[in-house]
Design a protein around this ligand. Structure first.
Ligand code: ATP
Ligand code: MG
Length: 159
């Protein structure tokens, strides 16, 4: 449905802050969304995308003190959400595979966590169903960084 992005993301961050806290994670949210920006979101599914990424950060991110940096803005007619952790990241040559079904970076290391390797494949499908894109890089600061881009309603006239 047509969603006012600023309050929606603010609410989502507030909800997740409790969960982050529960996992002992420190959380930093940088909101650069203009007041009037809207996008057609399947809210439940969008939350699932965010949840799958955060779930990974908790599982594979920093074992010491997990940090999560979330930043939201509007750029070139799209809503852009980036989510970065301070974990070990993923070796460059394996990074291109993380959105594949059942792909897990290190089978031995991760086999006992009760995971199937579907979280990011599902996230990609859900983002693309919104007409958007999802990409991942090893951040220069360290850690894995996801960028989700969703087209704004009205081709960006409301930016
Ligand atoms: P599932 O999500 O089905 O429980 P999964 O977490 O193993 O299983 P994905 O979420 O698709 O599967 O992630 C694929 C792989 O990418 C993971 O197994 C892990 O090796 C790697 N990965 C994902 N997120 C991170 C992260 N934040 N830091 C380091 N590695 C990650
Ligand atoms: Mg996962």
């Amino acid at each position: 449905e047509e969603t006012m992005l600023k309050p929606f993301i603010a609410d989502l961050m507030q909800e997740f802050e409790i969960e982050f806290d529960w996992h002992g994670a420190d959380f930093n949210y940088n909101d650069g969304i203009p007041e009037n920006a809207t996008a057609k979101l399947d809210v439940k599914r969008f939350i699932q995308v965010f949840n799958n990424i955060v779930d990974n950060a908790v599982k594979y991110g920093c074992k010491d003190k997990l940090m999560l940096y979330v930043s939201a803005c509007v750029l070139g007619g799209s809503f852009v959400l980036t989510i970065r952790d301070n974990g070990p990241g993923v070796p460059e040559e394996k990074l291109v595979h993380v959105f594949e079904r059942f792909y897990r970076v290190d089978g031995e290391r991760t086999k006992d966590l009760g995971s199937t390797g579907l979280g990011l494949a599902i996230a990609k499908e859900l983002v693309e169903a919104h007409g958007g894109t999802i990409t991942v890089v090893n951040a220069p600061e360290g850690g894995l960084e996801f960028t989700i881009t969703i087209p704004l309603s009205g081709g960006g006239e409301n930016t």
